[in-house]
Design a protein around this ligand. Structure first.
Ligand SMILES: *Cc1c(COP(=O)(O)O)cnc(C)c1O
Length: 431
């Protein structure tokens, strides 16, 4: 009784006043559970307005790789805020952006040398698609405008990004054929992908296709589907043979999530264009980057103004966000992030293993700091989410896929609490 009363009293005024005026992401507003009022964060924890602490299993959509409120990022952003929060990137340049561009390209394969900054992953994908299409326009092949994408893909919510996202994952199916000039392929599960369909299509209609876009190794929002390294190698060869620009969308996988700094490293092949965002600023400020090879860039290098890339977000290369990204890269250099990812991987494997024998479980899989328990079905998704909150953990299944993508700095105990909550909850569901 007292608990209830306290909880009521702890609902902040701003929450009651503002809730009627916001539109939530991916939500049927009539039936969605109200969002939890958050007071603050620290480490791998979210502190609610009523004082409860949740251990975060998702790291705010995979962004907060160093945990929340890392003092090094905080100091870098504070210092930048005092000097200069933002200047437009047209006609002006600043230290944080140029330093970040230099550092990103030095982490990427030798050929990926030009960075275009934007403010969200979806826009980074739009820019990658525009670069690919205009590359062909500028080199005299203006009919190459379509893209090949993959079953379970998710590349964002803007129009171009939607057009290469698999409609079957359910996020954009309401739009029907409105954005479907591109082709989504099912190359089958498992280590021996079947590219026959793509080869046939490109043999016939290759002159209409600009490129191939894929999330390397792990397809994130489309259900945490794991893909083989071999698929990436086959796509690299196919792209070269069939005159296609290969785009790796590493917005989910980039910055250590799959066990290497970037997922493509495990396949030993490089893309022509890579998109980065999510963990780029360690989960602090919105920023994205589209990085292109010298070869792509050279197709835009001309005396002809029509050959320029016509894109320029207002907040492009925001100085605060670039300062946060530089500080985040410092942390990858100074702190043992990749060893932490390796340790998390082992702990996820062990912690989730006992789910394998439960009747409702279709698959348990782990790659780097991504742990997945896929169920046959989930009848009450909102109820499942609430059940996790009751146990003091923030875990948000995507449909029938329960997953963990924690901060790399999470403690062993906190991680054990997360995996324990999943095992317990799936056991309850299986009864
Ligand atoms: C999240 C995500 C995007 C879209 O990024 P936003 O910042 O939400 O626009 C694109 N691609 C992948 C692989 C993602 O995970």
């Amino acid at each position: 009784m007292t608990g209830q009363a306290n909880k009521k009293a702890a609902i902040p005024g701003w929450y009651a006043a503002g809730l009627e005026h916001i539109w939530l992401p991916y939500a049927q507003m009539k039936t969605v559970s109200p969002p939890l009022p958050v007071a603050r964060t620290h480490g791998a924890r979210i502190v609610l307005a009523d004082g409860r602490e949740l251990i975060d299993g998702i790291a705010s959509w995979w962004t907060a790789c160093h945990g929340y409120n890392h003092p090094h990022i905080k100091r870098a952003v504070e210092a930048q805020l005092v000097r200069m929060p933002h200047v437009m990137f047209g006609g002006l340049a600043h230290e944080q952006a140029l330093t970040l561009a230099k550092r990103l390209t030095s982490l990427l394969p030798g050929d990926l040398t030009r960075v275009f900054f934007s403010d969200s992953g979806s826009v980074a994908v739009e820019v990658a698609m525009k670069m690919a299409v205009q590359y062909w326009i500028n080199t005299g092949k203006p009919k190459k405008t379509k893209f090949i994408a993959f079953r379970h893909s998710y590349h964002g919510d803007t129009q171009g990004a939607m057009s290469v996202t698999d409609r079957a994952i359910g996020m954009h199916d309401v739009f029907g054929d409105a954005f479907s000039q591109n082709t989504v392929f099912d190359v089958g599960p498992g280590p021996a992908p079947d590219l026959g369909g793509i080869e046939t299509l490109l043999a016939r209609y290759g002159s209409e296709y600009a490129g191939i876009i894929i999330e390397p190794l792990v397809q994130g929002a489309g259900g945490m589907i794991f893909r083989s390294e071999k698929l990436l190698r086959l796509l690299r060869r196919l792209a070269d043979d069939a005159d296609q620009i290969l785009i790796f969308d590493e917005i989910f996988t980039g910055f250590g999530r799959t066990g290497t700094m970037f997922a493509y490293e495990q396949a030993g092949v490089a893309p022509d264009i890579i998109t980065l965002s999510k963990a780029l600023t360690g989960g602090t400020l919105p920023l994205a980057a589209t990085v292109a090879t010298r070869n792509i860039f050279n197709a835009f290098w001309s005396d002809d103004p029509k050959k320029a890339l016509m894109h320029g977000p207002t907040y492009m290369a925001n100085a605060l966000a670039c300062a946060a990204a530089n500080a985040s890269l410092d942390l990858f250099e100074r702190e043992p992030r990749m060893r932490q990812v390796a340790d998390i991987s082992v702990a996820l494997d062990q912690g989730l293993a006992s789910c394998r024998d439960l009747p409702l479980v279709k698959d348990v899989r782990v790659k780097g700091a991504v742990g997945v328990v896929e169920l046959d079905r989930v009848n009450d998704l909102e109820g499942l989410r609430a059940r996790f909150i009751e146990q003091g953990v923030f875990i948000r299944p995507i449909g029938n896929v329960i997953y963990l993508t924690p901060a790399f700095t999470i403690s062993a105990d906190e991680l054990a609490t997360l995996t324990g909550a999943i095992v317990k909850t799936v056991r309850e569901l299986s009864q």
